[in-house]
Ligand binder design. Sequence first.
Ligand code: HEM
Length: 451
Amino acid sequence: MSAAALAAPPRFRGRMPLLRFLRTLKDSSVATYGEEMFENAIVERRVLWQRYLIVNAPRGIQRVLLDNAGNYVKSRVARRLVEPGIGRGLLTSEGEAWRRQRRIMAPSFDHRSLMSYAPVMTEATAAVLARWDGLGDGAPLDIAVEMMRLTLKIIASTMFSADAEEVGPIVEEAVGRYQREVRPGLLDLLNLPDWWPRPSTRPWSHIFDRLDAVIDRLMARALGGSAKSKDLLARLLDARDAETGRGMEPREVRDQVVTIFMAGHETTALALTWTWYLLSQHPAEEKRFHAELDRVLGGRAPSFEDLARLRYTRMVLEESMRLYPPAHTMSREAVAEDEIEGHRVAKGSVVSIVPWVIHRHRLLWERPDVFDPERFAPERASARPRFAYIPFGGGPRICIGMGLAMTEALVILAMLGQRYRLRLAPDGAVEPVGLITLRPRNGLPMLLERR
Ligand code: HEM
């Protein structure tokens, strides 16, 4: 399969006229990136009075995310999109509040915790397999929807264990509405200050009301000591700051629960969706993937220990997140003036880091548009600049759920790939669109094929 056949929005040359730029940005921000992205370490854009800097070099990215991370806070645009529903969880908090939350939450995502969450992943994937077995060969599926439901089920079971059945549909409704209805408005894109008058109620500010009521009830029960298991909710409620001995307030725990749902399930589902798409387009790599599953697992469901032995499967997943990074853009705002790669960064500039661009950069990757999992063989991966590959971000604010996401995605790929091959449905046009995440515009219709 030639590289040209892979789905990517067309790149353009030169500057887009303002109106077209704004229209494109609202539809899919990744479609606004043109060839000029590969010509400079920093590309400056101005939308009326707001300066946007796009950093396209690993050293510059390292400066923003790691070396001078204290100077770059989450941008107002990003905050305004997520805070009305999600509140001040780990994704949006800053400064001492963020450091405290991160310290308290880190143990809930460590290796031991991941091991305890793994059985939920196998169980939920086995239920999907059972349903697929009932559909039969050639059955059409929207794999984007399938992966979204599965990762939602897994995060709901990890969070609420016994109550996942009851909470799942409520989370699904809230998250679905959030994804459909939340769009940046023009006022957001212009990065106007918080005091600027805006329409008084955001249409999406009540999306989480039903979910909030359930979380409140489950938290009250867990605090009353009647919950049976050590699910993620119980861990968050029990967690204490090693420095002060204090835990999180109930409102903070609520914000973390919603944050984890929002940050954790769609991204993982998209990583899987794009992986199935890429495998369907590359029969040789797909064959190697299947051979590894057969050799390592011999038909069993994977144990947590097996995952470390699924080396090629991991490389496939990593290469898929290179070509289709679910979190395609990160943005920050400069607190004070700085210099990146010889370029002056004025105070208040919005600085974007775009995995979608850096992962396909011509100067960093050989044949960047070609799907080649071998790039992630350890010796080749270690020869690359560290910030050339950043699907989970980097520095202190690197994704806290990275281990959870990798574990979950490997379990799902291994179990479904052992029994099924997925074929792109005839005429299934695939187009990535980047809004908050990078999704296939029309879902991903595929056909089931039993191996
Ligand atoms: C393939 C799946 C995932 C991808 C690609 C992904 C990507 C990212 C990225 C790029 C960031 C950094 C954002 C920034 O610096 O602006 C981030 C942060 C975060 N992610 Fe993930 N993520 C994934 C899965 C998860 C999961 C499973 C969870 C939770 C269960 C999660 C929870 C979070 C949280 C809470 C943060 C904020 C961390 C902080 O600021 O300290 N993510 N993620």
